[in-house]
Design a protein around this ligand. Structure first.
Ligand code: SF4
Length: 465
């Protein structure tokens, strides 16, 4: 059987502000994970439209398309195209779980929730000519999943081919997050077995890893055992964690010892009222600056995530947030305009209040205002968001933020990482065009190497501080 797995490009790919590098970082791991359930005799092809042209002239037996909100229209078009040609088309992913009726119009079968339990059942049904219209995930476990089909990933097209996920979901329930909608009806957070995670890590070539887990420190026992197992593997890695998990116990020190060199942190807002509005309880009353200091003392760079447009935000929020991020030496920042994704509690609340302005999913890219704002006009929100990016990534502010680190090597790393990410777009574009992106990996590994000062390990052990 010929099987084609497709990740269609997001609508942002057509924006004048499109940054190819941002979408050439990670391969589509979810599709490669599903491919592992195919029969070894099946002929599988994995296509990521962000990094390659997708040939639509072929005639696969089975087409599997992953749908996010801003690639939904493109995904539906592809699905319709292949169905007309006689292929059997299945759709799955975050947007399908949020909008099943909409997606079902373009598919022979849709998948609600994660696919590890339902996809093997579908394959059996399909082979027996009895596939259902809809499969809903209920039994959640990744304890015994087959190894991801990494052989299908075109590694040379990505800056970070070694992406990895060892957990699913998140223990928290933020109102604006997709997580609860996607995992509805079953467990919302679960992990691999530690030994399986370590074997997967061991199989990956090179040094660098990027954990794409929503919350790598979400299960402290699992994370601690995995970090212990990783000591001595000579890895450097990046991942995501919450403020409270960074402040609690000594897990973050264990992560640093295992090779964590940068972490994505959802600060989201500096306003307590906004945190309450978002049900982001895990951030409430937490000392952000203490968490930042702890990360920096452990040689871990920070990618801070911030959301603009929550109801307590006024026109001063943009300057205040940028100033705070620079003053605290945040290495890179990801700013978002609040976006009420369908299926989330935020969308339901806004819908009931009559605040949703459009259901054009292409605009749900966190760069457009799609809801009625409160203390800010939509224009001020958009302009402030654009200005925040410009200001944060000005050379002046990159330098100011770098200078907050005590250690010179940490300052230099900050400059290279932040400047390299945002200030060398033509170089990235050239590397992508010439398919040489992966050659930059050693440079990334070098920037992420351990900060040492006078041969003294700066990794800070809280227990001894
Ligand atoms: S902590 Fe992050 S992943 Fe977890 S529910 Fe909140 S936004 Fe979603």
């Amino acid at each position: 059987m010929k099987v084609k797995l497709i990740l269609p490009a997001l609508a942002e790919a057509e924006s004048p502000f499109w940054r190819p590098i941002k979408y050439s970082l990670f391969p589509p791991l979810g599709l490669a994970t599903l491919a592992a359930y195919l029969d070894p005799n099946d002929e599988a092809e994995l296509c990521d439209q962000h990094v390659e042209n997708v040939n639509l002239d072929d005639e696969p037996d089975l087409v599997i398309i992953q749908v996010y909100i801003t690639n939904a229209y493109r995904a539906y078009k592809m699905a319709d195209h292949y169905r007309t040609k006689g292929s059997y088309v299945i759709l799955g992913g975050l947007h399908v779980s949020s909008m099943p009726e909409e997606a079902a119009l373009h598919a022979d079968t849709i998948f609600i929730g994660p696919g590890e339990d339902t996809f093997p059942v579908f394959l059996q049904d399909y082979k027996n000519g009895k596939a259902l219209k809809r499969y809903v995930s209920r039994e959640r476990s990744i304890e015994q999943i087959p190894p991801i089909r990494r052989d299908l990933i075109k590694r040379h097209l990505y800056l970070v081919p070694n992406s990895i996920v060892v957990t699913r979901g998140c223990p928290h329930h933020c109102d604006f997050c997709y997580k609860d909608a996607f995992f509805e009806g079953g467990k919302g957070f679960y992990t691999q077995r530690v030994e399986d995670a370590l074997s997967e890590i061991d199989r990956l070539p090179g040094r660098h890893l990027y954990f794409l887990d929503d919350h790598l420190l979400g299960n402290a026992r699992f994370a601690e055992a995995m970090f212990d197992g990783m000591r001595g593997m000579n890895r450097v890695f990046q991942g995501a964690a919450t403020i409270d998990s960074i402040l609690r116990g000594n897990l973050i020190e264990k992560a640093a010892e295992a090779g964590m060199r940068s972490v994505f942190v959802g600060f989201e807002t500096l306003s307590g009222a906004n945190l309450l509005q978002s049900n982001k309880k895990q951030n409430l009353g937490k000392d952000y600056e203490r968490a930042i200091k702890r990360l920096h003392d452990n040689g871990i760079m920070i990618n801070g995530s911030f959301v603009f447009g929550l109801d307590d935000d006024d026109e001063s929020v943009f300057d205040r947030t940028v100033e705070w991020a620079v003053k605290n030496g945040i290495t890179t920042s990801t700013f978002h305009i609040l976006t009420p994704y369908p299926g989330t509690r935020l969308y339901k609340d806004m819908y009931e209040q009559g605040r949703i302005l459009t259901n054009n999913w292409d605009l749900y890219d966190t760069r457009h205002v799609v809801y009625e704002t409160k203390k800010l006009s939509a224009e001020a929100l958009k302009a402030g968001y654009d200005k925040a990016y410009k200001d944060f990534y000005s050379w002046r502010n990159i330098w100011q933020a770098a200078k907050t680190h005590e250690d010179l090597k940490h300052q230099i790393k900050h400059l290279f990482y932040s400047g390299g990410w945002k200030k060398f777009e033509p170089v990235w574009n050239f590397l992508i065009k010439t398919k040489g992106l992966n050659q930059m990996l050693p440079a990334l590994e070098a920037i992420l190497s351990k900060v040492k000062s006078n041969q003294k390990d700066l990794t800070w052990k809280h227990s001894q501080a």
